[in-house]
Ligand binder design. Structure first.
Ligand code: NA7
Length: 559
C-alpha cells in the first residue's frame, strides 16, 4: 500500500462532520490554501482530491514533453523563504516530473497530507441557508459540512475528447494528454496520430516523433509558437536569483503576466523596418515569453503592430520547414499572434522536416470518422496504432460544472453561468455565500504565471476570513451589482485587446455550444492585485457580510 493510500485511509478514519473549511483540489492552490487556513488561521480543514496524489494539473498532464512555459525560478511558491532557498530546479522550464516532485516536497515539508483525502471526488456542494453552512458530498460517501467552501480545482482540468463518430470502434489505444496514464506509453515502431496543436500538441509532437515509427499530425488551426530555448539552469543565475528573490517577486506581483519582466513601451510601428527586424531577431534568439513581453509594447493591443510580429514568425516558419507545401500549411493566418494561448516550443517546426512525420490539414480535409483501423478524413484513411487527443479542455467553467454546486434558493452554479461565468473579482459569486474560488473566471488566472496569481488569491481569501472573524460575521456574499460591474469591466478590458479575434478556449470557442464569453481577466496581475487590495481596504466593498447564526443577518456592510 502506498503512503498516499495509507493517508487516504487515515483521513477517512478520522472523518469530521463539521469543518471550518472544505477545499476542493490538491494542486498548487489547494496545498497553499490548506497550509494557510490550517497553520495560520488554526481552522479545521479537509482537502478532497480526485487523484491519488498531490499536483493537480501536474498530476494529470503526464504526456511526453509536458513542461511549464514559465521559467522554473518563478514557477513556484514564494511564501516561504526557506522553501525558495532549499529547492533547486534543474531545467530552465520545469518538466512535469520535476514540478510534481516539487509539489510532493511542499506537501511533505508542510505536513499537508494528513488533511488531504485522496482518490475522492466532490460530487455536490449545497449551501444550507438554515445555518449558513455548505454541505459537501463525495463519491466515497463522505458527507460533511463547512462554513467555507473553497474551490482549488484549476482552470484547465476537464478534458475535452471531441465527439468524433466511431471512436468506440477504434481497435488501437487512445489517450488524452490531460489524463495521461501513469505507466509509460510505448510508441516504439507504432503508427501514431495526434489531433490538436495547442500547447500540449506542440510540446508532445517533437517528443512522440522521436519515439514513434510514424507520426501523423491532424491540425485544425496552425499556431504561432516561439522557440523556448530550453536549457539546464545556470547555477550562477540561480544563485543570483536566490539572492534577489524579494525584488523579483515584487516585480512579478505588479507585472502584467506575473513574471518579472520590465514593461516595454516602444511601439512596433514607430521604429524603422530594420530596427523592428533586429528587435524581433533578438526576441526570437532569446526565446520563450520574452519574445511576447520584451519586444514591443503594442503587439497585444494594436492589430497593425501585431501583424509585424505575426509576419516575422511566419518568415521563421518558412525558413525552418524545408518542404514549402508543409510550411504553407503551418502558417497561422486566421488570428493575431497571441490571441490564442501564446505557445513556446522545442523543435516544433523542425519536427516537420523528419521523414516519419506527416501533417494533415483537417481544416481543408476534415476528419470524417474514426474507424477500427485509424482516422478517416475526406481524402482517405490513415491507419494508426495509437491516437493521442491533444484537444484541450472545457476550460475555466468545465470543472465547476462537474460538481453540483448550489447556492441560495437551490440555484445551481451551472444555471447561473449558463450564459458565461459571472463572478466578483473571479473570487466569489452572488448567491453563493462563503464560497471562494482560487483563480476563478474573471481573474487573471490563465493569462498569468499561475503561482503568483494563486498566492495572491489564497492570501486575499485568508485576510478576508480573518476580517470576518474580527467582525463576528459568519457569512460573506458578493453583491449582484458589484458582480455585474466586474463582469462588464472584464468584457471591456477584453475588448481593448486582440483576444476576441481568435476562436480560443479563453472564449469557450473550442467547446461546441459553449457561450462565447471572454473568461479570464486581461487587465494584468498588478492592476488586478491593486483592485483586490482596494476592495479589502474599503471594508470589502461589494460584499455583504452577515452575522449568521450568532445574530440576525445584516444586510449592510461591516467595515
Ligand atoms: P488547447 O490549447 O485547447 O489546444 C487544443 C488543440 O486541439 C487545438 O489545436 C484545437 O484546434 C484542437 N482541437 C480541439 N478540438 C478539436 C476537434 N474537435 N477537432 C480537431 N481539432 C481539435 O489545449 P492544450 O491541451 O494544448 O492546452 C491547454 C492549456 O494547457 C494551454 O493553453 C496551457 O495553458 C496549458 P483549434 O485551435 O481549436 O482549431
Amino acid at each position: 500500500m502506498s503512503n498516499q493510500q495509507t493517508d487516504a485511509k487515515a483521513a477517512g478514519a478520522a472523518k469530521v462532520d463539521e469543518l471550518d473549511a472544505v477545499v476542493i483540489g490538491a494542486g498548487f492552490s489547494g496545498l497553499y490554501m490548506l497550509h494557510r487556513l490550517r497553520d495560520e488561521l488554526s481552522m479545521s480543514v479537509r482537502v478532497y482530491e480526485t487523484g491519488d496524489g498531490v499536483g493537480g494539473t501536474w498530476y494529470w498532464n503526464r504526456y511526453p514533453g509536458a513542461r511549464c512555459d514559465s521559467e522554473s525560478y518563478i514557477y513556484c511558491f514564494s511564501f516561504s523563504d526557506e522553501l525558495l532557498q532549499e529547492w533547486n530546479w534543474s531545467g530552465k522550464y520545469p518538466e512535469q516530473p520535476e514540478i510534481l516532485s516539487y509539489l510532493n516536497h511542499v506537501a511533505d515539508r508542510f505536513d499537508l497530507r494528513r488533511d488531504i483525502q485522496f482518490s475522492t471526488r466532490v460530487t455536490s456542494a449545497l449551501f444550507r441557508e438554515a445555518d449558513n453552512r455548505w454541505e459537501i458530498e463525495t463519491d466515497q460517501g463522505d458527507r460533511v459540512s463547512a462554513q467555507f467552501l473553497i474551490t482549488a480545482i484549476g482552470c484547465i482540468s476537464a478534458s475535452n475528447v471531441p465527439d468524433i463518430k466511431g471512436l468506440d470502434s477504434f481497435e488501437g489505444e487512445w489517450y488524452h494528454t490531460g489524463a495521461w496514464p501513469h505507466e509509460p506509453v510505448d510508441f516504439n515502431n507504432k503508427r501514431v496520430g495526434i489531433i490538436g496543436t495547442g500547447s500540449s500538441g506542440v510540446q508532445s509532437i517533437p517528443v512522440i516523433a522521436e519515439r514513434a515509427g510514424h507520426l501523423t499530425v491532424f491540425q485544425r488551426t496552425p499556431q504561432f509558437t516561439i522557440p523556448a530555448r530550453h536549457e539546464t539552469v545556470d547555477q550562477k543565475f540561480l544563485e543570483e536569483v536566490k539572492a534577489n528573490y524579494d525584488e523579483i517577486w515584487h516585480k512579478a506581483r505588479y507585472s502584467v503576466g506575473g513574471i518579472p519582466a520590465d514593461p516595454v513601451e516602444v511601439s512596433a510601428l514607430t521604429v524603422t523596418a530594420e530596427e523592428r527586424q533586429a528587435v524581433y531577431e533578438r526576441g526570437w534568439a532569446e526565446g520563450g515569453f520574452r519574445f511576447f513581453f520584451g519586444t514591443f509594447g503594442d503587439i497585444q493591443v494594436d492589430r497593425r503592430a501585431n501583424d509585424t510580429a505575426a509576419e516575422f514568425i511566419r518568415s521563421k516558419i518558412r525558413e525552418t520547414v524545408k518542404d514549402p507545401e508543409v510550411a504553407e500549411k503551418l502558417l497561422p493566418t486566421d488570428h493575431p499572434f497571441g490571441s490564442k494561448r501564446a505557445l513556446i516550443d522545442t523543435n516544433y517546426f523542425e519536427t516537420y522536416n523528419r521523414d516519419n512525420v506527416t501533417l494533415v490539414d483537417i481544416r481543408h480535409n476534415p476528419i470524417v470518422e474514426i474507424t477500427s483501423k485509424g482516422i478517416r478524413t475526406e481524402d482517405g484513411e490513415y491507419e494508426l496504432d495509437i491516437i493521442v487527443f491533444a484537444t484541450g479542455f472545457d476550460a475555466m467553467t468545465g470543472t465547476f460544472f462537474k460538481i453540483d454546486i448550489r447556492g441560495r434558493d437551490g440555484e445551481a452554479l451551472k444555471d447561473k453561468w449558463a450564459e458565461g461565468p459571472k463572478t466578483y473579482l473571479g473570487l466569489a459569486a452572488a448567491g453563493f455565500p462563503n464560497m471562494f474560488m482560487i483563480t476563478g473566471p474573471g481573474s487573471p488566472s490563465v493569462l498569468s504565471n499561475m503561482p503568483v496569481s494563486i498566492e495572491q488569491h489564497v492570501e486575499w481569501i485568508c485576510d478576508f476570513i480573518e476580517h470576518l472573524r474580527e467582525h463576528d460575521a459568519e457569512v460573506a456574499e458578493a453583491e449582484r451589482e458589484a458582480e455585474a460591474a466586474w463582469v462588464d469591466h472584464v468584457n471591456e478590458a477584453a475588448e481593448m485587446t486582440l483576444f476576441p479575434l481568435a476562436n480560443s478556449w479563453y472564449l469557450g470557442a473550442n467547446i461546441p455550444g459553449k457561450p462565447r464569453v471572454f473568461m479570464p481577466y486581461p487587465g494584468g496581475v498588478g492592476n488586478y492585485r491593486e483592485k483586490c487590495d482596494e476592495v479589502a481596504a474599503d471594508g470589502y466593498e461589494g460584499f455583504t457580510l452577515g452575522a449568521g447564526r450568532r445574530g440576525k443577518r445584516r444586510t449592510t456592510r461591516v467595515s
